[in-house]
Design a protein around this ligand. Structure first.
Ligand code: ZN
Length: 543
């Protein structure tokens, strides 16, 4: 009997414990498969190439099953939760990015999520974090041992075709004793442990973006995976409370970045203002805490809807400035925007303005942000007024902005209405609601009743039962007829609304009870897993 206890998730990557017959292995890590599954070595027909066609696969690929199942993208293996999934020959697609992504999408789409994935003979220190990122959990030392036989020295930064023990580039025990093989194994173990730490910190992507630089196929795999929305979107959490490092061009197409822009375009409610002002971002987050934005607020005085133009997110309405990743991204500021950045940011601005018409749109911008706004307005045929001749924070520019808004009507900022729309796609009547308290104890009240608390880490709303009354549909999880004592486990979930992501607030509905809580996994995993916490419950109410 095998069990894969997933403790932490980071998109497709997981950190946990895989156990079988009393043996347990920490993941991501190294497993001695013949020791754990002695029958595995006697299995035949386990070496069908990944590129094999359907006829070849049906003729030669007949895995025996029983705890460790060799799978093939075109196979029809019986795999159950807790099994060790063995993807043979995966090293052959590390240099073929399109095949890597195609086969991975096919396999991840078909097999239960709570299976442990083993890629034999594939992991080197330089590609281990990418393999972990792609959802592999267990590895062996065959690939590094082969490099040892070739006399190559392996580091996360790449494979060196010479023995570098004794040169001071590494201080491991293998290097100290001049043992190349020991060094190479150590380098792999160390890199897998490091990947585990990045998963625990919800920042594996940062490690992968750094490591993938050692080879162009690795960069291509990261980029192609980002375009494979059906694969990554269901596994990418709605929010994190850690920074999003946007220091590479890959950051522009990260799932979280694309999702933020898409929701701004598709879910934003009709604005109350009929004048919009496009403002530059600030290094300090949330923007309103920065000196420049305090000056903008003084000039605008509620007379226009404030929309912040920023790379890589595109457009952040003032009301959403605390929502992940708007308050969390860290981008190097040089004042220069490249064409891809301008095009992506312009597409978000254009999409938003096309669906949210204003009587006037004022661009209080300079540099790349102004170029992006011009491109967007040009594409939608919207005339753009400009109030910043020099730097947008210059007193003359601020005075021009103030003067341009002369006589326009003031409206307050309705953060709750916008966050409800972004987070739940809900159009709620927020009249009479008041935000009280200070972070991390902020709450939204109406007539003395608490409707939501605000998560200081992510900027998202946590509805109380009264708050859920304002969100008529979506984000529901249905459970079997039992009264949960604490968290809801995946096997108890009978149904879940489409689109629920890890980190989403959900309303659990059961026989005569309801519960508020936070999804610990996405709906795909909830419905297809037999193990693990699906919802971390906050409150239970019986009727
Ligand atoms: Zn070493």
């Amino acid at each position: 009997m095998s069990l894969f206890d997933i403790r932490r998730r980071d998109c497709l990557a997981r950190a946990g414990i895989f156990s079988h017959d009393g043996l347990s292995v920490r993941t991501p890590g190294i497993i001695d498969v013949p020791a754990v599954f002695p029958e595995f070595d006697r299995e035949t027909g386990t070496n069908v190439p990944l590129s094999g066609d359907a006829e070849f696969v049906s003729r030669y690929h007949h895995p025996a099953g029983g705890g460790a199942v060799v799978v093939h993208p075109l196979g029809r293996e019986k795999v159950t939760s807790g099994d060790l999934v063995v993807v043979a020959n995966w090293h052959t697609v590390l240099s073929r990015p399109r095949d890597f992504v195609r086969y991975l999408t096919s396999l991840k789409g078909r097999l239960p999520p709570d299976t442990a994935w083993f890629a034999p003979a594939s992991a080197l220190p330089s590609d281990a974090s990418l393999l972990v990122y792609a959802g592999f959990d267990l590895f062996d030392t065959r690939a590094v041992d082969l490099e040892t036989a070739r006399g190559s020295f392996c580091l996360p930064e790449g494979v060196f075709r010479e023995d570098l023990t004794g040169t001071g580039v590494c201080g491991c025990e293998g290097c100290a004793s001049g043992d190349l093989g020991r060094h190479n194994r150590f380098a792999l173990t160390h890199e897998l442990a490091l990947a585990g730490r990045f998963i625990a910190g919800s920042r594996l992507r940062d490690l992968v973006e750094a490591r993938c630089r050692s080879g162009s196929p690795q960069v291509a795999i990261v980029r192609l995976l980002d375009r494979e929305e059906a694969l990554l979107e269901p596994y990418t959490p709605v929010a994190r409370s850690v920074p999003l490092l946007a220091t590479t061009s890959e950051a522009l197409r990260r799932v979280e970045v694309m999702r933020f822009g898409r929701r701004v375009v598709e879910r934003s409610p009709p604005p109350v203002h009929d004048v919009a002002v496009l403002l530059p971002c600030s290094a300090r987050k949330p923007y309103s805490a920065s000196l420049s934005h305090r000056r903008f607020a003084k000039a605008v005085r509620g007379r226009a809807h404030e929309l912040i133009v920023t790379s890589p997110l595109g457009l952040v309405p003032r009301e959403l400035e605390r929502v992940y990743p708007a308050a969390h991204y860290d981008v190097p500021v040089t004042g220069h925007w490249d064409r891809e950045e301008i095009a992506l940011v312009a597409s978000v601005i254009g999409g938003y303005l096309a669906g949210h018409p204003y009587r006037r749109v004022i661009a209080h911008l300079d540099g790349g942000a102004r170029e992006a706004a011009r491109a967007a307005a040009g594409a939608c045929g919207i005339p753009l007024e400009q109030t910043a001749e020099g730097h947008p924070s210059d007193p003359s520019a601020l005075a021009a902005l103030d003067a341009a808004l002369e006589g326009e009507r003031r409206h307050p900022i309705d953060m709750v209405r916008w966050v409800l729309a972004w987070q739940f796609g809900a159009a709620a009547d927020t009249r009479g609601m008041k935000v009280r308290g200070r972070p991390p104890q902020e709450r939204v009240e109406r007539d003395g009743r608490i409707l939501f608390t605000i998560d200081a880490g992510t900027g998202l709303l946590r509805p109380t039962f009264e708050g859920w009354d304002l969100i008529p549909e979506g984000y529901r999880v249905w459970i079997d007829a039992f009264t949960p004592k604490g968290d809801i486990l995946a096997p108890g979930v009978t149904s879940a609304d489409r689109g629920i992501l890890e980190g989403d607030e959900v309303l659990v509905l059961g026989n005569g009870l309801s519960a508020t809580g936070r999804a610990a996994m996405g709906c795909t995993e909830m419905l297809r897993s037999r193990h693990g916490v699906a919802v971390r419950v906050r409150r239970i109410k019986t009727e």
